[in-house]
Ligand binder design. Structure first.
Ligand SMILES: C[S@@+](CC[C@H](N)C(=O)[O-])C[C@H]1O[C@@H](n2cnc3c(N)ncnc32)[C@H](O)[C@@H]1O
Length: 272
């Protein structure tokens, strides 16, 4: 009986997610729906830019190897867990398939960093390190601090960082709740933060509230999986209302937040 309800719940939540996505496809606009000249150019030059950068192939070849790795690791779950696997033993290839951002989104992160040129980046949720490589790949002098709670997953990520030879990544194996207050007390400002772990409403809002204190006019926050669950959609709605935030861009699987006071307070739901 319990199994029946579990399967039913998974089906219903998958159906809800699909319906949300269909709604987004109908609602989302393109450059013609953006009246801000700045965001109009941002959409065309950064979000939808399809030019390949040489580093994409190097990162994707690491992903391909992970997708073929049968070795099992023990997952220590610090967040909302997996919707597809409840076991704590997982093959690396399954982690690579189910929790790592797809190339399209990794490459978007690369272009965002390449465009905004932050001095430093904070990533919450390293997993196997694929998104970290995209964040770190455009400027080897810019420091990326990435945080992962699971020790075995962190080890695989570190191997990937060593393999590609990026020396601008500092990987911290810690829980966000423990790491963030300490890190923020020693940090004057945050230029770019990618929130990609612990997809629960309360946790997401907490991390946002802590980090927003260190945001400045040029800061960019990127939130992953803003429609992953009702809780995440609610968190996204609350974050958008924050008085320090001006424009937000909803690409369904990720949300981009601007603090730039030259922009109007507006939410753009754009096709990607
Ligand atoms: C979706 S995955 C990150 C994927 C990665 N950014 C990518 O696209 O390549 C989220 C990761 O965050 C970690 N995580 C979740 N909650 C955490 C917490 N409270 N503290 C530390 N790590 C956490 C999980 O262990 C998981 O590896």
């Amino acid at each position: 009986m319990i199994l029946y309800y579990y399967v039913y719940f998974c089906r219903v939540s998958k159906l809800n997610f699909l319906l949300k996505y269909v709604k987004y496809r109908f609602k989302s606009g393109n450059e013609h729906n953006i009246h801000s000249p700045y965001l109009f150019r941002f959409y065309l030059d950064v979000i939808t830019d399809e030019n390949p950068f040489y580093i994409y192939n190097d990162i994707e070849s690491i992903r391909s190897k992970l997708l073929m790795t049968d070795m099992e690791i023990t997952i220590e779950d610090h967040g909302a867990g997996s919707k597809v696997n409840s076991s704590n033993k997982r093959k690396i290839k399954d982690v690579a398939k189910n929790t790592v951002k797809a190339p399209k989104y990794g490459q978007l992160l690369f272009r965002l960093v390449n465009h905004f040129k932050p001095n430093s980046i904070l990533e919450l949720g390293t997993s196997l390190g694929i998104s970290t490589l995209y964040l770190a790949g455009s400027n080897k002098k810019m420091k990326v601090t990435t945080v992962e709670g699971c020790p075995s997953t962190s080890k695989v990520a570190q191997i990937n960082f060593d393999k590609i030879g990026f020396e601008n990544i500092e990987l911290i194996n810690d829980n966000f709740d423990h790491f963030l207050p300490n890190y923020l007390s020693k940090t004057n400002q945050l230029d770019f933060v990618f929130f990609d772990g612990n997809h629960q409403k309360e946790a997401t809002i907490n991390y946002f509230n802590w980090c927003v204190e260190k945001a400045h006019n040029k800061t960019i926050f990127v939130f992953d999986d803003i429609h992953w669950s009702e809780g995440m959609t609610a968190a996204w709605e609350e974050i958008k209302m924050h008085p320090k935030i001006t424009s937000t861009v909803d690409l369904f699987f990720v949300g981009i937040v601007f603090f730039n006071s030259d922009l109007s307070k507006e939410d753009f739901v754009l096709r990607f």
